[in-house]
Write a protein that binds this ligand. Structure first.
Ligand SMILES: [Zn+2]
Length: 193
């Protein structure tokens, strides 16, 4: 199954516009010819990306990934997170022991929380490896490559992928699409790091 940039597969697109999969392949060819005739730069971009000759991130996706990395860093290392329940500032703050994240007690409602409370990352460890995992996932690397790179077992890799995909889908939908799209392209040409 091939995914398009929208995150939808070829088959799904065919069913949405109510044509057969075979017809959608012909439509594909026709649209690509039109693109080539009327918008050459777009066509060249599309061709190099969809056809696996380039696995580079587009400049705007690179920028978005940079922004996302910054947001992830702030999420992990801020020392002044407001209470996730009542939004009051923290009364008591201490540095977490084992996971290098800050623990708080709320000045308003007394709730104990940390930087990751209520985020998809609550149960993940090895916080220092998160930026690399995010980068590799957006670049479409498969679980087998990630397992090798981080020395994880299968279930841990899946746990991490689920958490990061949830994070991306919440606030970074373009990166979520990109991750799935790149992943489907690498299925055809397996690459190692
Ligand atoms: Zn509170």
């Amino acid at each position: 199954m091939r995914y398009r940039f929208s995150g939808l597969s070829q088959e799904r697109i065919a069913s949405l516009v109510e044509i057969s999969n075979k017809a959608s392949l012909n439509w594909d060819k026709a649209f690509i010819r039109v693109m080539e005739a009327y918008d050459k730069p777009l066509h060249d971009w599309w061709h190099s990306h969809q056809s696996l000759t380039s696995t580079e991130l587009s400049p705007h996706v690179k920028m978005e990934l940079d922004e996302c990395q910054k947001a992830l860093h702030i999420l992990c290392y801020t020392k002044e997170r407001a209470c996730p329940v009542c939004d009051a500032p923290p009364k008591y703050v201490k540095k977490g022991k084992d996971r290098r994240i800050t623990d708080y007690v709320c000045s308003g409602c007394g709730t104990s929380y940390n930087n990751l409370t209520g985020t998809p990352f609550t149960f993940l460890h090895r916080i220092d490896a998160w930026p690399k995992f995010l980068e590799l996932m957006v670049n479409g690397y498969h679980d087998t490559t990630l397992q090798e790179h981080f020395d994880f077992d299968k279930s841990r890799t899946e746990l991490w992928r689920r958490a990061f995909m949830k994070f991306l889908k919440q606030d970074w939908p373009v990166l979520a699409h990109w991750a799935v799209w790149m992943w489907s392209r690498r299925r055809v040409t397996p690459t190692s790091l």
